[in-house]
Design a protein. Structure first.
Length: 451
């Protein structure tokens, strides 16, 4: 990185940043209180609030959102007449999944092979630290030239919409000229990238019932309708032979225009096993950024160990459907529910329940803030220029903010590049990316203020 005072300050603050991220990662802040104690999320929220107060933020508050979680808000006053920038991250995390499969404990930040490992290290507790680093670097080099609002969400990973609904009820709270969402990531380590589209999502639980109770498979199997078998048939109907998503009425043939993703690079990033093919058709970018994608997240069925020779009377599954920009998530939900009901065989009883939803998002990269970000990235990443990419994941708040503040410019950056393996076992963050993106954000705020 080319030498400049902001970069030098960020570099000097990295040991402190690692110590703080260690503290923040230690909170098991999964916003599913059936699995994890509420106190863990409350502890993380209070940590963020204390960090904002220590940086001079005013009006720091724990916002009780309608989904029963807390988001952390703070305001830092800048020069009179300055623009206002909202910085977003979230402190809640995905469950650690197969905890025994982690090389090191998921809630203990551990350095290994030049990366820092831990649940939330990249997604998105690292984003909280990135914002703090950027602001500290500016304070040490002439001051923060804009008014800053920070919002750290407490339930982004659950898709329960608490902060979206709170923002709609308090529209003045998050109003800003520009919004920086720190929950995306570079296309690859070292390639500065702004995410310009996000797929939306819906979560639907489906339940199939066929019998009053389980039956002996020898005595009744072959005629008694098997609820688990019916569920398998329904789930299989959601994919074509090549693996493409096929939800009745949902158009699959949209295309991505922009940065391309080679199949070779994708196979490496996704760690696809040798000999196993990719699913779907079209370019990889088409498939993961511009088209719908269904995923079966879980099935309630007897485990193999301890299973009895029984015809199952009932079975459930949780299904995620990602929807591309241009598709209304509410309409996609209706289509998915109708598809599940229409494809349930044997007259089995089927019920569906939507448990989460978020709209897709498309930014306007021609706005002045994008030029300020491009200039900042050129300095923080010498020899590279800013790239535009899509992201297959969802950040439902983006569309809410775009609707509430149509004049605001929205940019998405962050630490979740492919090697970070967010949502998976052994999530990690690159400290070099944390450093460069913190420099980027600081320089962006300075450029934007001067623009």
């Amino acid at each position: 990185m080319s030498s400049n005072p902001v970069a030098e300050t960020v570099a000097s603050l990295l040991p402190r940043a690692k110590a703080e991220l260690t503290e923040l990662v230690a909170f098991k802040s999964v916003a599913d209180f059936d699995q994890f104690p509420r106190s863990e999320s409350e502890g993380a929220a209070n940590w963020v609030a204390d960090a904002l107060r220590a940086e001079g933020f005013e009006d720091v508050a724990l916002l009780d959102t309608p989904d029963g979680t807390q988001s952390v808000y703070g305001y830092l006053s800048g020069p009179e007449g300055a623009k206002t920038v909202l910085l977003y991250a979230h402190y809640d995390v995905q469950p650690p999944l197969h905890e025994a499969a982690w090389t090191t404990p998921p809630f203990e930040l551990t350095e290994r092979n030049g990366r820092w490992y831990g649940r939330g290290a990249a997604d998105c507790k690292g984003g909280v630290i990135m914002h703090l680093l950027a602001l500290r670097a500016l304070k040490a080099n002439g001051g923060v030239p804009v008014h800053v609002k920070v919002i750290a969400e407490g339930s982004e990973e659950q898709g329960t919409g608490g902060l979206e609904r709170y923002a709609e009820q308090h529209p003045e709270l998050l109003a800003a000229d520009t919004i920086v969402i720190g929950d995306a990531g570079n296309f690859r380590v070292g390639l500065p990238t702004v995410t310009t589209t996000l797929r939306g999502m819906t979560l639907v639980r489906v339940k199939i019932d066929t019998l009053e109770g389980n039956l002996h498979s020898g005595q009744f199997g072959g005629a008694a309708p098997d609820a688990l078998g019916a569920l398998i048939r329904v789930l299989d109907s959601l994919r074509a032979e090549d693996g493409s998503t096929t939800v009745d009425g949902l158009a699959p043939e949209t295309h991505w225009e922009g940065l391309e993703y080679t199949e070779e690079q994708f196979r490496s990033d996704a760690k696809v096993l040798d000999g196993v093919g990719l699913i779907g058709k079209g370019t990889v970018a088409d498939r993961i950024w511009a088209r719908p994608a269904v995923t079966v997240l879980g099935i309630d069925a007897p485990p193999v160990v301890g299973a009895t020779p029984s015809v199952q009377a009932s079975a459930r599954a949780l299904i995620s459907l990602r929807v591309p920009p241009g598709v209304d998530a509410a309409e996609a939900t209706k289509l998915l529910q109708a598809h599940l009901e229409a494809h349930t065989p044997w007259g089995a009883r089927v019920s569906t329940e939507q448990i989460g939803q978020g709209q897709a998002f498309r930014a306007d990269p021609s706005s002045p803030a994008y030029q300020a970000m491009a200039d900042a990235m050129t300095v923080a990443y010498p020899g590279e220029t800013m790239q535009y990419a899509g992201q297959g994941g969802s950040i439902p708040l983006c569309n809410t903010l775009a609707g509430l503040y149509p004049q605001a410019e929205i940019l998405l950056i962050g630490l979740s590049e492919p090697e970070a393996q967010i949502h998976a076992v052994n999530e990690s963050v690159s400290p070099e990316e944390l450093e460069r993106l913190s420099v980027t954000e600081a320089l962006f705020l300075r450029n934007y203020a001067a623009g």
